[in-house]
Write a protein that binds this ligand. Structure first.
Ligand code: G3I
Length: 451
């Protein structure tokens, strides 16, 4: 290298260094340079969350970091099927509620994980198949989403349903063998049970444009085209020592389909690149306006499922690692704001019936041997203070569970009556209730009468 070129290179290097140093100083010196992950993410309308375990909430170091740094929590195991329905029809929410209450106490968002997953199925479900399993799956989705109704920011409705490798197709499982429509049936049941929660599909090995992520992309595109209620896609991002060059482009192509994207289970193997890979993921999310938040899968390395890989942001003693600093800096560097919370559009829309006391319409999601019905009740021009909806079921069909209404009878003409909080409807106002049944769903319009 000539002396001139060498001194030019040195000049360039020191100029770059000056920019790096001065931009670092400028950021730290500005009012915008937040000092915790959650506060920094919130500046652009995003969240920064952690998966947490109910069994660790008594650990003061753990909860100290949790309360200080994060503004979203995910239940690492406590809201899964084996935890919430250990025997069929018996629901236990003790530990799931501990996670929920921790999130509420922190003023954090709570992510629900996960309604249906082929792993951590309770033993009774593992040995089921066919219509019995499909009915059990939908009942599980309905019951758990109803229990947490209105309190979950995003649900992982279906987790890890796509196969690894080059097929781009579905993974074989007893869930999949109930019929290819099980995923959309689960999303419709979740929407009926909790219309306010964002509904996500969540998977791993989707950290770039590859056969598996493209298979999921095609499913999401199809769901959006057919009005299946999906709001978000979760990219787990359990990463090794490298990251795909098209990580951000992959997030962006999903966002362009009209769904939010979230990084849902981030952890990165410790190695020379750990801090850089964390920064790359953070910058990618910050650059995609529909990337609404990031969740790391645990707090300290000692809390991680990846024993010995030290993949998290805090060491075993709770000290911040270099990866922590790189994430905070990338969050503080900013980016386009996330659109922030928005309500999913309702799956059913009907017009109020002027003059009549009330009207009702039904939207059905059916499969061979069962169905979920969502009924929308709309007040006429006078408003109502209590309503009854009559639904005619075909012979052989029966209601097995109902939410947001009470029913008398389960077969033939079934009458559904409002519960305490949804009987009063202003003129033109509307509410929804739902029920699940065996057999075929109703085929004629329901009747509606004011109480
Ligand atoms: O709580 C019991 C304990 O009572 C028992 O003595 C012990 C014996 O094995 O097991 C304990 O339960 C374990 C549980 O974690 C809580 O520590 C389960 O065996 C173990 O299987 C379970 O692992 C979880 C794993 O999902 C299950 O597949 C991990 O904590 C959890 O981090 C991991 O999370 C998954 C996401 O849900 C989906 N994506 C991948 C991610 C990593 O595998």
């Amino acid at each position: 290298m000539s002396l001139l070129r060498r001194s030019r290179s040195l000049l360039l290097a020191s100029a770059v260094a000056a920019v790096v140093v001065s931009s670092g100083v400028a950021l730290i010196g500005t009012a915008q340079a937040a000092t915790t992950l959650g506060a920094s993410a919130a500046q652009t309308g995003r969240y920064y969350g952690a998966a947490i375990a109910a069994g660790r909430l008594g650990d003061a170091t753990y909860t100290g970091i949790l309360n200080r740094e994060f503004n979203s929590v995910t239940a690492e195991n406590e809201m899964k099927w084996d935890a919430t329905e250990p025997s069929q029809g018996r629901f236990t929410y003790t530990n799931g509620d501990r996670i929920l209450n921790q999130g509420i106490a922190m003023g954090a968002k709570v992510r629900g994980h996960a309604l249906l997953w082929h792993q951590q199925e309770p033993g009774w479900a593992q040995s089921m198949s066919g219509t019995a399993l499909r009915n059990a799956m939908m009942n599980h989705v309905t019951q758990v989403a109803t229990h947490y109704r209105g309190r979950i920011h995003s649900w992982d409705v279906v987790n890890e349903a796509f196969a690894d490798g080059g097929s781009g197709g579905r993974r074989d499982s007893n869930l999949q063998r109930t019929g290819n429509d099980w995923i959309e049936a689960a999303f419709r049941a979740a929407r009926a049970a909790d219309p306010a929660a964002k509904l996500c599909y969540n998977d791993y090995n989707t950290d770039g444009i590859n056969a598996k992520s493209t298979g999921i992309y095609n499913m999401v595109r199809d769901f959006k085209a057919r009005g299946v209620p999906i709001d978000c896609v979760g990219f787990q991002s359990h990463l090794g020592t490298t990251i795909s060059g098209d990580y951000q482009a992959n997030l962006q192509r999903f966002a362009d389909l009209g769904v939010d994207v979230q990084i849902t289970e981030l952890d990165v193997a410790q190695g020379g690149n750990q801090a850089n890979i964390y920064a790359t993921v953070t910058r990618a999310c910050m650059a995609v306006s529909r990337c609404t938040g990031i969740t790391v899968w645990g707090i300290r390395d000692s809390d991680s499922w990846r024993t010995g890989e030290n993949p998290l942001l805090f060491d075993n003693s709770g000290n911040k690692k270099a990866a922590y600093t790189s994430v905070l800096n990338a969050l503080n560097a900013g980016g386009p704001s996330s659109p922030g919370p928005s309500s999913p559009s309702p799956s059913v829309s009907t017009s109020p019936q002027p003059g009549g006391a009330c009207s009702a319409s039904v939207s059905l999601n059916s499969w061979n041997g069962g169905f979920v019905a969502t009924v929308r009740v709309t007040a006429g021009s006078s408003g109502v203070n209590g309503w009854t909806v009559g639904v005619n079921l075909p012979a052989g069909s029966a209601v097995t569970s109902t939410w947001s209404a009470g029913n008398s009878g389960t077969t033939g003409t079934v009458n559904f009556r409002n519960v305490s909080y949804n009987g009063r409807l202003a003129a033109g106002g509307a509410t929804e209730f739902g029920f699940q049944g065996t057999g075929a769903g109703p085929t004629v319009s329901p009747s509606c009468a004011a109480a």
